[in-house]
Design a protein around this ligand. Structure first.
Ligand code: ADP
Ligand code: ADP
Ligand code: MG
Length: 622
C-alpha cells in the first residue's frame, strides 16, 4: 500500500480523499492557491504546498507545479479528484514518468474515452448500444446538416471534447440547424480548444442513468450498480440517487453488464462511470438505454453508491493504485436501501442561479442521519474563482420515500448563510409530486422552473415571532417607533419587516411576549422550507430598505454601497433595483417604491454611508 499521497484538487473532494487516506494511515499532502490558503482541505492534510495564484489555470491546472510539489514533499502518489486535471491523459503520463503512482486509469484508457466520437466508435465495436447519431467523420456544415436531417429532429449537437454540460445544442427543426451548429462550434472552440462536433438523436423523456465501474491491474472489472442523475439544470446534475427508480433486475443486469463490457474494452483500471441516456417514456427498458460517454475518474455523486453498497470507493482507488486486487467480487456486491444526494450551491435560483460570492458565516448541518461532504466550514469564503458548490448532502434510508424525506429534513435543519444558496430550491424540488413518485426526466426542473425558483414569503406566525425578537421587550428601540403607543388608543402592534431580498412585510408583534426583558436584535433569522430569511426592521414606510413616502431612498443601516444599478434621470418601475447596500455582512437591495424617475442619486459604488443617509430619490410618475 502507498504510504503518502498528494491530492491535486481542492474543496470537498480534496477533503473527501484525505479522510479515507488518513483512515488507512497514509500521509497526505494538499496543494493550494492564494485563494485557498485558509481552506479546510489545507488544514486537514498533514502537509500543504502553495502552487500559485487563485485562477485555476495558474495553479490547480499547472501539472508541473503539482508534480514538483509531490517531489518536494516526498509524496509517492497523486490523486486527481474530479475536474481540473483528472481526465488529462498527458498529466497522468507525466505523473507516471516522474516515477509517481497515478491514482486513476492508465493514460491510454483516458485517451480512448476522452473524445465522445472516438469513445462511441469504440463502444460500437465492443457491442455496447450507443445513442444513435453521426460521429462526424466529415465536419462540413452541409454534411452535418444532411446527417441531422437523416437522424430526424430533435437532434443534439455535441462538442466531441465537451464536458461539464457545455458545448451542447438541441435543434428542433432543420431550419435552425446551421445557426445552432455555428454557435455550438464557437463555444466548443473557446471552452475546449476543439470545435469538432457529433450529432445525436435527441432522446425524448430522457433519463440519465449511469453505472459505477471498477477495474484493477489484474484484469478484474466489476460494477457497483447504477445511479439516476436525471434531475438536471442545463445538463448539470442537481440531485442524484441510487438505485434508479423503476429499474427492474433484468434491465439492471443488461445495463450494468454493458458498462462492464465498456470498461473492459478500454482496459480499465480504477473508478469510472459509464453514462447512459434512457428513453423513459415507457419505464426503463434494456433496449431503450444507450451509451453516452465515460468519465474516467471518481464522480461528484459517488457517495450515493458508497451508501448503498457499503464500499469506500476512495479506499478501493488507493488499493487498486497500489497494485492490490479489487477487495470484492461481483457476487459479493449488493444494493442495500436507497441513497440520495443534493448539491448545495452558493447561487440564487430566483436570479437565474447567479453565483453568490461571499462569506459563509453560519454553516451547520446535522450529521446525525446525514452525510455532509464539504470543503467549507463557518467563516470560509466562497470565491469567484471556483465552482460555488458548498456541500453535498447525502442520506441513506431503507426506502426511496424515506430518503426523500430525510434529505428534506436535512435541508430544513441545516443552516447556511448569510450568502444566498439553492437550499430552498432543492427543498421544493424534493417535494415535487412527480419526483416523489419516481417519475423523473432531465426536463423536470426546466418545466417547473417558475414554481421551483419562486421564493415564498415567510409565514405570518414566523414573521410575528421575528418582529418581536427585533423589537425586544419591554422598551422599544427607536426603529420600532411605528409600533409606539398612541394616547387614548389601543397600542398599534404592527411593524414593517424587510428581508434580505428587498421584500417588506407589515407584521403584527406577538400579542404576548413569552420572555420578559429581552433586548432587541438588529437582525434575526427565519428558517423555513429550506430557506433562511434574514429579517430586520424596515425603517420607514414604503418599499424595501428605508424609503420615505416622498420617494427618498435612505440607508437602512450603516454600510457600503456595492452597486448602483440606475443612473440619475432614468425612468424606473416599481420594485426595480436601484442600488445594493452591504451592511452587517448582508446585501440589501433597495428598490423603487413606485414607477417614476431617479430625480437624485447621491452615491457611487464603493461609498460608505451612515444610517439614514439619502442615497437616491425617486420622483413619482404622474
Ligand atoms: P459528475 O458527472 O461527476 O457530476 P461533472 O460533469 O459535473 O461530473 O464534472 C465534475 C467536475 O468537473 C465539475 O466541477 C465540472 O465543473 C468539472 N468539469 C467536467 N468536465 C469539465 C471540462 N471539460 N472542463 C472543465 N471542467 C469540467
Ligand atoms: P457532458 O460531458 O457535458 O457530461 P454528456 O454527453 O454526458 O455531456 O451529456 C450531458 C447531459 O445532456 C446528459 O446527462 C443528458 O441530460 C443530456 N443529453 C446528452 N445526450 C443526450 C441525448 N442524446 N438526448 C437527450 N439528452 C441528452
Ligand atoms: Mg456527462
Amino acid at each position: 500500500m502507498i504510504k503518502s499521497l498528494l491530492i491535486a484538487n481542492r474543496g470537498e473532494i480534496a477533503c473527501r480523499v484525505i479522510r479515507t487516506a488518513r483512515r488507512l494511515g497514509i500521509r497526505t499532502v494538499a496543494v493550494y492557491s492564494d485563494a485557498d490558503a485558509q481552506a479546510l482541505h489545507v488544514r486537514s492534510a498533514d502537509e500543504a504546498v502553495h502552487i500559485g495564484p487563485a485562477p485555476a489555470r495558474e495553479s490547480y491546472l499547472v501539472g508541473e507545479r503539482i508534480i514538483a510539489a509531490a517531489r518536494a514533499t516526498g509524496a509517492e502518489a497523486i490523486h486527481p479528484g474530479y475536474g481540473f486535471l483528472s481526465e488529462n491523459a498527458e498529466f497522468a503520463l507525466a505523473v507516471l514518468d516522474a516515477g509517481l503512482v497515478w491514482v486513476g486509469p492508465k493514460p491510454h484508457s483516458i485517451t480512448a474515452m476522452g473524445l465522445k466520437d472516438a469513445a462511441k466508435a469504440r463502444m460500437i465495436a465492443a457491442g455496447v448500444p450507443v445513442t444513435p447519431g453521426y460521429l462526424g467523420e466529415d465536419q462540413s456544415p452541409e454534411r452535418l446538416q444532411t446527417e441531422a436531417d437523416a437522424i430526424g429532429y430533435p437532434v443534439l449537437i455535441k462538442a466531441v471534447a465537451g464536458g461539464g454540460g457545455k458545448g451542447m445544442r438541441r435543434v428542433d427543426a432543420a431550419a435552425d440547424f446551421a445557426e445552432a451548429l455555428a454557435s455550438c462550434r464557437r463555444e466548443a472552440a473557446s471552452s475546449f480548444g476543439d470545435d469538432r462536433v457529433l450529432i445525436e438523436k435527441y432522446i425524448l423523456s430522457p433519463r440519465h442513468i449511469e453505472v459505477q465501474v471498477f477495474g484493477d491491474s489484474h484484469g478484474n472489472v466489476v460494477h457497483l450498480f447504477e445511479r439516476d442523475c436525471s434531475l438536471q439544470r442545463r445538463h448539470q446534475k442537481v440531485i442524484e440517487e441510487a438505485p434508479a427508480p423503476g429499474m427492474d433486475e433484468a434491465t439492471r443486469e443488461a445495463v450494468c453488464g454493458a458498462a462492464v463490457r465498456a470498461a473492459k474494452a478500454v482496459d480499465y483500471e480504477g473508478a469510472g462511470t459509464i453514462e447512459f441516456i434512457a428513453d423513459g417514456s415507457e419505464g426503463l427498458r434494456a433496449d431503450r438505454i444507450w451509451f453516452m460517454e465515460m468519465n474516467t475518474r471518481l464522480q461528484v455523486e459517488h457517495p450515493v453508491t458508497e451508501e448503498i453498497t457499503g464500499v469506500d470507493l476512495v479506499e478501493w482507488q488507493l488499493r487498486v493504485a497500489s497494485g492490490e486486487p479489487l477487495p470484492r467480487t461481483q457476487d459479493e456486491l449488493s444494493i442495500n436501501g436507497w441513497a440520495m444526494e443534493a448539491r448545495l450551491y452558493a447561487e440564487d435560483p430566483a436570479r437565474g442561479f447567479l453565483p453568490s460570492i461571499g462569506r459563509v458565516d453560519d454553516f451547520l448541518y446535522p450529521h446525525y442521519r446525514a452525510r455532509i461532504d464539504t470543503g467549507v466550514e463557518a467563516g470560509a469564503v466562497i470565491s469567484p474563482f471556483y465552482d460555488p458548490m458548498i456541500a453535498k448532502l447525502i442520506v441513506h434510508r431503507d426506502t426511496r420515500a424515506e430518503a426523500v424525506e430525510g434529505l428534506r429534513e436535512t435541508l430544513e435543519e441545516g443552516v447556511v448563510g448569510p450568502l444566498v444558496t439553492n437550499s430552498g430550491f432543492l427543498w421544493r424540488l424534493l417535494g415535487h409530486p412527480a419526483f416523489g413518485a419516481g417519475v423523473v426526466d432531465t426536463g423536470l426542473i426546466e418545466r417547473n422552473l417558475e414554481s421551483l425558483t419562486t421564493r415564498p414569503e415567510p409565514a405570518v406566525g414566523e414573521r410575528s415571532r421575528a418582529a418581536s425578537r427585533l423589537v425586544g421587550t419591554p422598551g422599544a428601540t427607536p426603529w420600532a417607533s411605528q409600533s409606539g403607543l398612541r394616547l387614548n388608543a389601543a397600542p398599534r402592534r404592527d411593524v414593517r419587516l424587510a428581508d434580505q431580498f428587498g421584500r417588506t412585510f407589515e407584521t403584527a408583534l406577538l400579542d404576548e411576549p413569552t420572555i420578559d426583558d429581552w433586548p432587541a436584535e438588529p437582525v434575526t433569522t427565519i428558517d423555513e422550507g429550506g430557506e433562511r430569511f434574514l429579517m430586520r426592521l424596515a425603517r420607514t414606510e414604503g418599499g424595501a430598505g428605508g424609503i420615505a413616502s416622498n420617494g427618498a431612498i435612505l440607508a437602512p443601516m450603516p454600510g457600503k454601497v456595492i452597486s448602483v444599478d440606475v443612473a440619475a434621470g432614468q425612468a424606473v418601475t416599481k420594485g426595480q433595483k436601484l442600488l445594493v447596500l452591504e451592511a452587517m455582512k448582508m446585501e440589501h437591495a433597495l428598490t423603487a417604491p413606485f414607477d417614476g424617475t431617479v430625480a437624485e442619486l447621491t452615491v457611487e459604488a464603493g461609498a460608505q454611508v451612515q444610517v439614514d443617509a439619502l442615497l437616491a430619490r425617486v420622483e413619482k410618475a404622474e
